[in-house]
Design a protein around this ligand. Structure first.
Ligand code: SAH
Length: 502
């Protein structure tokens, strides 16, 4: 009997994983290795063009890059001391045509315990189908001679399908695979439906542009629609703010371009992305324009819609919503934007107007929750605008240029919260009042992106600590634990006096 493969789970904590190559597959491998607690060692010559995600990890110190060609001895030399330098795992991410991948030291096995089952399915499908009750209607392949080429094509299809499953099923799910899972997966293979619900492969391809929001940060906050778009797009154009957890979900072979937006370059970066989108559309590609949060909330999504419409692509633009940080960040900080008897309206506004100018501050309304995006860099001026008539930026004037004294001001005691990197592992919340918020940010430093929530809703569920000027809460607890989390379980930072607040 031919031996079958066995899918095993290994505790890889502090294992050394040798990753040979520099392409998107290498990047995905490194991500996986890091996720399981292993130490990825990348081997690629200095001249290699590293995949962006890989370069990011190398720059961030998460992945060590040995700038050299692979040599057989590396496998016996670069591992942990406890195991005499033998590396725990080697991943070859070079194409099959690369002579290196033929090295005997680099053979890798397929981790699928029912590989033969799939081969058998293929064989059945290829030989006839007469034994299959459902194929009473004879298919085109009925009784057709099975050639070598057919078998080769089937093999390629099989490997591609298997790698899709391995790629898209989370490791936890793969490790817990049951016979029933295998059964249903095989059924989907037999019926020839893609695991991806992909729109690829239709005969005449028409270009499409999808403007989609990717949510505030955590990949679980993607909508299914955006996730599908992410898996089926031919090319992805992403904003700089799109978090790496989301980028990690992009299939390895999909080209990704990330906007090089940095201060002073925002306009060029935006133009560059639009041009790339246009080129993709004209080439008949499905272009995914991936934005952070929701595309139509300060995401310039409307402008982009207009751009593509003007270029004559109106019929092929699709806009997918995203969970906006404006409403989810307060939630992850335990702040209900509306709450009966506390807040009956929410205002989303920006702290920065067009061309970097300050925006007109919203009036005080006692039952209003205001969420300010893009505001923390000028928090001092914003607080002044909200709490006094003397605006630092001299924008709060009436039509005749006089200071507008009819505007209702916000009391300095109004509770507020700074929520940064909401839903990301390094989420931080600072609870304070308008009086101390600028000071708090000055002493704690900023961790962009972040926003300000203002209004009594900030204290609807989480009471501020009387006697403290501000309280800092670190970390995002995930979804399961979040509901049960009490404020005392949070790791708190230091207050103004340098006292640990625990
Ligand atoms: N379209 C996005 C907003 C883009 S404007 C959305 O709907 O969320 C960028 C601003 O969004 C940042 O300056 C910051 O104020 C806010 N922001 C984005 N992501 C955030 C996050 N994870 N936590 C807190 N604020 C965030």
């Amino acid at each position: 009997m031919a031996p079958t493969s066995l899918l095993t789970a290994i505790d890889s904590t502090s294992h050394v994983h040798l990753i040979v190559g520099s392409n998107p597959l290498a990047a995905a491998r490194c991500t996986k290795s890091i996720q399981v607690g292993a130490r990825p060692l990348l081997i690629a010559p200095e001249t290699a063009d590293l995949h962006y995600a890989l370069q990011k990890r190398v720059d961030g110190g998460e992945v060590e890059w040995l700038k050299k060609e692979f040599a057989d001895e590396d496998v016996l030399r670069l591992g942990r001391e406890e195991v005499d330098g033998v590396v725990d795992a080697v991943f070859v991410t070079l194409g099959p045509r690369d002579p290196l991948s033929k090295k005997p030291a680099l053979e890798i096995a397929m981790t699928w315990h029912d590989r033969r089952r799939i081969q058998e399915e293929d064989h059945l499908a290829n030989s006839s189908g007469v034994e299959d009750e459902e194929s009473i209607d004879q298919t085109a392949s009925f009784n057709k001679l099975v050639t070598e080429a057919d078998l080769d094509a089937a093999k390629n299809r099989r490997i591609r399908w298997l790698s899709q499953i391995c790629e898209y099923w989370p490791l936890r799910r793969l490790a817990a695979i049951t016979d029933e899972d295998v059964e249903s997966v095989l059924k989907s293979y037999g019926s020839n439906t893609s695991v991806l619900d992909s729109t690829k492969g239709s005969a005449e391809k028409r270009g499409r542009i999808i403007l989609a929001g990717s949510g505030p940060g955590h990949p679980d906050l993607l909508t299914r629609a955006t996730h599908k778009a992410l898996l089926s797009a031919d090319v992805i154009l992403a904003d700089k703010l799109v978090p790496s957890g989301v980028l990690d979900l992009i299939p390895r072979r999909t080209p990704v371009h990330i906007a090089r937006k940095f201060p002073g370059n925002a306009e060029q970066a935006q133009t560059e992305l639009l041009e790339l989108g246009l080129a993709g559309l004209k080439a008949g590609k499905t272009v995914l324009r991936l934005k952070q949060g929701d595309p139509y909330i300060y995401g310039r999504g409307g402008e982009e819609y207009e751009f593509f419409r003007k270029e004559g692509f109106e019929g092929v633009i699709e806009v997918l919503p995203g969970i906006t940080s404006a409403l989810s960040a307060p939630m992850f900080a335990g702040i209900p934007a509306t709450q009966r008897g506390v807040s009956d309206q929410v205002l989303i506004c920006t702290g920065t107007g067009r061309k970097g100018k300050p925006s007109v501050p919203p009036e005080f309304v006692g039952t209003r929750t205001v969420v300010f995006l893009m505001a923390l860099h000028r928090i001092g001026a914003l607080v002044k605008d909200l709490t006094t008539w003397e605006s630092e930026d001299a924008i709060v004037v009436t039509a005749d240029g006089a200071v507008d004294r009819t505007r209702r001001l916000w009391p300095k005691t109004t509770p507020c919260a700074v929520v940064e990197r909401a839903s990301c592992p390094d989420q931080r919340v600072i609870r304070t009042t308008l009086e101390f918020v600028a000071l708090a940010i000055e002493s704690e430093g900023s961790r962009p992106p972040g926003l300000l929530v203002l209004g009594n809703a900030c204290e609807a569920l989480m009471k501020g600590d009387i006697g403290r000027k501000w309280v800092v809460e670190e970390g995002f607890k995930g979804f399961e634990e979040f509901g049960a989390m009490g404020v005392e379980e949070l790791v708190l930072g230091e207050n103004k006096d340098g006292r640990k607040v625990l």
